[in-house]
Each structure stands twice: as structure tokens, then as C-alpha cells.
Design a binder for this molecule. Structure first.
Ligand code: CA
Length: 548
């Protein structure tokens, strides 16, 4: 028999719950303000210690103009914010941020800092606390998103290479149990681009720091990557040169021809090249013949396009970095194909490789690339040929590697190269690698976020339709680490105009390498995830089929 509560009982219950919640919030607030972090972290000073109710807008005090991050962030849950300066060497320190949510899930989450570092991604901190993780981050040891800070300042460079992240996580591991009087069950990391490199570096150097690591579009093979980025200035020529290809030609004529040649290779005309490794673009199709001067390319321009989509080789013909993948040109035009040296890479050569502010790109060539690779300051390369310390028993760490297949800043072919290098280095086939690293190729996705593809895989607040193991790369990692359920696929979502209010445009279950997402044909809706299947290359592939 069930007894329904009376109105009076309901009112009393509500009042009790409200009072309890109020008391709980007050308790948490006072715990936040009375906590003494300096009792546990030496060589540190407090910048901010405050209780932050949900809905508060937090503004970064030292947000440099060159940061690609937002200066402020609306916080989604009640939390305690502790920001500190932590000394990392006699002449360097990090700005550390710890966001401790009122509702704590017994997990520590460290989020990385992308680009040249220096800019804390508050959006990622909020993403962490929004899912009840105690979340920490740092500025990577310097302010602002440029490499000039490394000039004759090796301690700052060492922070950038590895020390800032390790210090951040160690500080989190020291503070969280004291703050909550509770243990950390598991420790996770997520980062994309430069922050993806940090994740690989940590797995290589500090395998105990994390139980699970998400690495997105990593700036791995770091020295060579900087060479590759700077090489585009030489490939495209200066923007004032006679054969320079302007932005409109890249995004119009060339991109259209690339789709003409490669979009339908996967069976679906959707503007997405599902597997760009299959796209052997032939720019000669665009050559001006018979006196034609419009909507075509000169021979010299065709050669430029060919060079752009060719691998970069150094001394002895050795590979420096793989080719840019076709399909990324709409975005690459605003970064690598502008006809001016890309600032990150130019700064890296000026201030780090040559330590000479007067270095000019006219000196750039195979010797510069070799010098960068051999310098490898503080082993920043972050391209290990084994993850054994991280993934072996008893630690048994897990890594999800993912890369957008229309990445305009770091070619996705490099992640494939590194995965295969690991396979050789560890003497393991992909099915054995699957027990600790799974590499998901996310089609139609630009650098870290956005694009025509089903790009939202839960990589951050704005990229998360649903927080479950199928749709969220973070939840997939947590369930792999804690429940032993590895992700077979990661489902991505693309909203119409990237606006959830306008409905879903497409979903796709992205496959782990070397599986290839394969359209099932028969007129099935290519925007529906169920119209595709992950298959090993050669196993009943339908690539090349004609779609009605
Ligand atoms: Ca397609």
C-alpha cells in the first residue's frame, strides 16, 4: 500500500530540502573560503580564492590580446575557485587555476593549454566542473600566445615543454583530497592541438599522472611540425609574388575541384571527404589552356598547389612531416596559405631554434629544419615510439587519440603516422593497440572543432550534444578506464548552422583507425549514422559506389 503525502507534509519536506541545500551551500562556501592551499603547496602565492555561484561570469585577469580563448566565462555550477602562482624554477612560475565543484565526482580533470600556451581555456575548466570533476589548468608558464617569451629564457621554455602541466596536475592531486576530505578515484586529461601534445608528453614522461588521456589533433612531432608550418610560406610564395594564389581561388576554384575529384569517393556527395588518405588530388585538372585566364590556374600555380599537398622532406629525402590533407583549404587559407610566415612557427625559429630576433624566413630550408629537430628543446618533440610505461600493468592507462579529417593547421596524416610508428615501436597490431589506444578519425572536422562533418564529440562545452559513452569522448574514456568498456566508435553530431535549436543536420559514428567508415549505399541517407559501417580496408568496401 502506498501512502501519499499530505500537503502539509509536502511543504515541510520542501522546507527541509531547501534548508538542507542552503546549509550545504553555506558549508561549501565556508569550506572554500577557509581552505588553506598554501599549507599543501610550497613556493606559491594566492591570486584568487573565492566561492563562485552558478551563473557568475569570471574574467581572466591577464588575458592577452593574442589569446584565441575568450576572456570571460559564465560558470555553470557552484564551485570554489583557487588561482595561484606556483614557482617552477628560480626564474619561472605558472598561473594555476583550480575549480572545485560543490558536487564532486571523485575525479581529477586536467585541461591543457593550446597554441603557444599562455592562455587558460576557461571554457574547458567550466566543462570539467559542469560534469563534477575537480578541474585544474595553468597558463603553461607564461602569458600570451607567442613564442617571444622563450627567447633566452629556457626555464619558461621548459615549463612549456612539460613542467607546467606536470606541476598543475601534481598540485591538483595534492589539493583535492585535502579540500574534499576525499580521495581522487581517477585522474584524466584532455587537450587539443598544443594541448594534445601535452597529453602525449605526459604519457611519455609522467605515466602515473593520468589514468586516461584524450589527445585531439596533437602538435606531436613538435619540431618538425613547426618546420612544416613555416614551409607553407615558401610553398605559396609571398602574397605579393605574381603566382600567389588568393584566398578566393583556394576556397572557390580549388576547393570545388577537390570535392569534384574526391567527395564521392566515399559514396556520398556531402562536401565531406570521409577518408582523405584516399584523395589523390590532381590540380592539373585546373590548368589554363587555350588562352583561358579565368577560373583556372597557371602552370606555376598548379605546381604550388601540388607542393602544398605534398609531404615535406629534409636532408637525405627523409620525411619531415606528411602532406596537408585535401579538404582543409577553406580554413587553411586564413592560416597557412596567407603568403606571410605563420607567426607561431616564425617565432619558434626566431626565438628558440636560432635565438636570433633578426632571423628571417629567407634562411629557412632543410638546414633550418634539421637544426630545429636536433635542438628538440627539453624533448618537446613528444613523439614517443612506445607508450609502455603508461599503458602497461599495473598502471593500465588508456588514451583516446582523435583528429579532424579537414584539419587546417596540423595535418591529420601526422596522427596516422604517429599511430603507425607506435605500432612498429611496440610490435603490436592495431587489434592489440586497441586495448590501450584508440585513434578516431573524425571526418569533415577542422582543427579541434567546427566543420561540415559531425564534429561535436563532447570535446568541450560547445561540442557536446549528449554526455554519454557514445557521444562524448570524455565519457567514453571514463567508462573505458573505470568499467573496462572501450569505445568502438564515437558518434559525432552536426547541428544545422551549428545551432541546436535548428535541429540535427547529420550524425556519424566515427571509426577507429584503421577501420574506415563505409557508406552502405542503396540510397540510404548519408546524413544518418546508420547508413555507414566501420570496415577494415579491403573487407567488402563500397568505396566508389554511385549514389542515386
Ligand atoms: Ca563525401
Amino acid at each position: 500500500m502506498q501512502f501519499l503525502p499530505s500537503i502539509k507534509e509536502l511543504i515541510l519536506a520542501y522546507a527541509f530540502t531547501a534548508t538542507t541545500l542552503e546549509n550545504s551551500t553555506t558549508d561549501f562556501q565556508s569550506r572554500c573560503l577557509s581552505f588553506q592551499p598554501l599549507n599543501f603547496i610550497s613556493n606559491a602565492s594566492i591570486r584568487v580564492q573565492e566561492y563562485v555561484p552558478a551563473g557568475t561570469v569570471i574574467t581572466e585577469a591577464h588575458h592577452e590580446p593574442d589569446c584565441l580563448t575568450e576572456a570571460s566565462q559564465t560558470v555553470s555550477v557552484n564551485m570554489c575557485r583557487i588561482a595561484m602562482n606556483i614557482t617552477t624554477s628560480p626564474s619561472s612560475f605558472i598561473v594555476f587555476e583550480a575549480w572545485f565543484p560543490d558536487a564532486y565526482n571523485d575525479r581529477l580533470f586536467t585541461v591543457g593549454t593550446s597554441g603557444m600556451g599562455g592562455c587558460i581555456r576557461y571554457i574547458d575548466l567550466d566543462f570539467g566542473v559542469g560534469h563534477s570533476f575537480a578541474t585544474v589548468a595553468s597558463n603553461n608558464g607564461h602569458e600570451g600566445n607567442r613564442a617571444e617569451v622563450f627567447y633566452n629564457h629556457s626555464e619558461v621554455l621548459e615549463d612549456f615543454s612539460w613542467r607546467a602541466l606536470h606541476t598543475t596536475t601534481q598540485a591538483g592531486k595534492r589539493l583535492v583530497p585535502e579540500f574534499y576530505s576525499n580521495t581522487i578515484n581517477k585522474s584524466y586529461f584532455s587537450g587539443c592541438s598544443g594541448a594534445g601534445r601535452q597529453g602525449i608528453k605526459a604519457a611519455e614522461m609522467w605515466p602515473e599522472d593520468y589514468d586516461g588521456i584524450i589527445v585531439g589533433a596533437p602538435a606531436e612531432n613538435y619540431n618538425n611540425m613547426q618546420s612544416w608550418v613555416l614551409s607553407f610560406y615558401g610553398k605559396t610564395g609571398d602574397k605579393s609574388s605574381p603566382d600567389f594564389i588568393d584566398a578566393g581561388t583556394w576556397t572557390g576554384l580549388i576547393h570545388t575541384e577537390i570535392l569534384n575529384q574526391c567527395d564521392l569517393m566515399d559514396g556520398v556527395a556531402d562536401g565531406i571527404i570521409e577518408d582523405p588518405t584516399l584523395c589523390n588530388f590532381r590540380p592539373e585538372a585546373l590548368i589554363c589552356e587555350g588562352g583561358k585566364i579565368e577560373s583556372c590556374l597557371t602552370s606555376a600555380q598548379v605546381e604550388i598547389v601540388r607542393n602544398v599537398f605534398s609531404p615535406l622532406y629534409g636532408y637525405d629525402g627523409k620525411l619531415v612531416f606528411p602532406a596537408m590533407q585535401p579538404g582543409s583549404e577553406e580554413m587553411a587559407v586564413s592560416k597557412l596559405y596567407t603568403g606571410v610566415p605563420y607567426d607561431y612557427a616564425f617565432d619558434w625559429f626566431r626565438y628558440v631554434v636560432y635565438a636570433d630576433p633578426n632571423y628571417t624566413t629567407s634562411e629557412f630550408g632543410v638546414s633550418s629544419m634539421a637544426k630545429a629537430a636536433s635542438l628538440d628543446p627539453f624533448n618537446i618533440s613528444s613523439s614517443p615510439d612506445t607508450l609502455s610505461p603508461f599503458v602497461s600493468s599495473p598502471h593500465n592507462g588508456k588514451m583516446i587519440l582523435w583528429h579532424g579529417q579537414a584539419d587546417q593547421e596540423i595535418t591529420s596524416f601526422e596522427s596516422e603516422r604517429w599511430y603507425n610508428k607506435l605500432s612498429r615501436g611496440m610490435n603490436l597490431t592495431s587489434s592489440s593497440m586497441d586495448s590501450f589506444i584508440r585513434f578516431f578519425r573524425i571526418s569533415g572536422v577542422w582543427h579541434c572543432r567546427g566543420g561540415a562533418g559531425a564534429w561535436m564529440i563532447g570535446q568541450e562545452t560547445e561540442g557536446e550534444p549528449i554526455y554519454d559513452r557514445k557521444n562524448s569522448v570524455l565519457k567514453a574514456l571514463v567508462d573505458w578506464v573505470e568499467e573496462g568498456v572501450p569505445p568502438e566508435t564515437i558518434t559525432g553530431t552536426k547541428f544545422v548552422n551549428d545551432d541546436p535549436n535548428q535541429g540535427i543536420e547529420r550524425t556519424r559514428r566515427h571509426c577507429r583507425y584503421p577501420y574506415r567508415n563505409t557508406y552502405l549505399g542503396n540510397g540510404l541517407d548519408g546524413n544518418d549514422a546508420d547508413s555507414w559501417e566501420c570496415r577494415m580496408p579491403g573487407q567488402g568496401t563500397v568505396v566508389g559506389s554511385v549514389v542515386p
